[in-house]
Design a protein around this ligand. Sequence first.
Ligand SMILES: [Zn+2]
Length: 555
Amino acid sequence: MLRVTLLASALAISAAAQPADLLLVNGNIHTLDAAQPRATAIAVRGDRIVFVGDAAGAEQFRAGAKRVIDLHGATVVPGLNDAHMHLEGVGERELSFDLEGTKSVTDLQAKVAARVASAPAKKWIVGRGWIETHWPEKRFPARQDLDAVAPQHPVVLVRADGHALVANSLALRLGGVTRDTPAPSGGEILHDAQGEPTGMLIDQAMTLAMRLVPPSTPEEVEQFLVVGAAREARLGWTGVQNAGNSFEDSERLRRLIADGRVKIRVYDSLSGADGSGVKLLAAGPVIGESAGRFTRRGVKLYIDGALGSRGAALLAPYADYPQSSGLLMQEEAKLMPFLTDALRQGIQIQTHAIGDRGNRSVLDWYEKALAAVPVAERGVAQPRWRIEHAQIIHPTDIPRFAQLGVIASMQPSHAIGDLFFAPSRLGKDRLACAYAWQSLLKSGAVIASGSDAPVERGEPMIEFYAAVARRSLDGFANEDWHLEQRMTREQALRAMTLDAAFATFEEKQRGSIEVGKWADFTVLSADILKIPEPEILKTRCLYTIVGGEVVHEAK
Ligand SMILES: [Zn+2]
């Protein structure tokens, strides 16, 4: 009798589905799967989704499940994927002297004073992340501000955008910067009324002070990568697209992922058509290593600079500096053999382009390269090349993204930062096609959205808010901000998930919550597709799940 009972219960278990490794129940789930857009439960086995549906359907996976998480109504979206960021820089910001959120020159001085107090004499004090736009003093910091609190240590503090720094007098002296020092090309040394350097060094002039700062050791770089990835997981990013790595650091990252010290997925691209990019063409891509957590198949190029420092290449002169329309940093004839080689190898090109001339040139060159290499000779038939930032685009160039299959890799937070000064740089007319998300989407282009951290904060809720509100974090916008270009909530979510996955050739593996895809989810404290805009910024990440593994859990 006993034997019969055991047999019967064994049969009952085998008739049902096998237990899940992970079961999520009572969720408010947005799947981005058109066939089944909403659900309340997900079952995961190994690193894959095996069930998406309701509570009744999920029951068959419960008995013997390794872990069941009751979400109590929390919102689940496909794992968020930052389409453009710099992982080492994010970790470095976490571990080094972080000046983000500095409220005034006085506040900056207090932070430097505290840092100096615990630093050995003569040690370089290097910080990053200040931005003066809302400071009560209404001016850049100056060397004298730093001298007052750090007379014995060389100090360099990089502005949040990475395009300027302030140095103290000692750092300037060690760097050889005097009132007579000429600015290097592509850079500027600011001077006061007496002709003395103020301490502010812009773009290329930053190297005058930075070249003396000891470089990070390999151990430090590893630490930056590990800490940076952990920070990303805490915020809800299940994957990042790392823009412009060196070959050596990419190898380090690859090992850290293989060893399980970096848990999020990384899509790596290497810098330049001369250095690491060439090595990638020679070595060939790495695709889906460590159970899909590491891929290296992109090369990051630059064609121009930034709008703030007037380095973006424009078709017409700057409205507030008519003697310049910026500069192109690449020559077509030099670059073309690299582009056609990359096409043959199946390497994705990602080119930084900000100005309308920069964007047009990249589109022209991509078009020529595509015409030169027939589909049969390409490593990938549709190479999904990208333009990074794609900030200012001439109206006639907007449809070319979709026509050429070029992905617009854009950062919503750049718009809500830049729109404070873009009107003066560009004038009113050109603003209509700046950060033109809706025009691009209507033309059929794919937008993959990212944060550009550590240039920006790199928080997914800031990016989502910026995309849908297109207002500053405190709600400001005027007619220059072109609110008609903001994204719908669904478009913004798609750009951070399914279309970010398309940008790395992985839309069949991730980006939506469907049976068979990787079990990558971000669990949020509120429903970002419904709540009022200001509440998006208060939304927290409760769980980050990568390939069925809980890599972050809020306490
Ligand atoms: Zn970047």
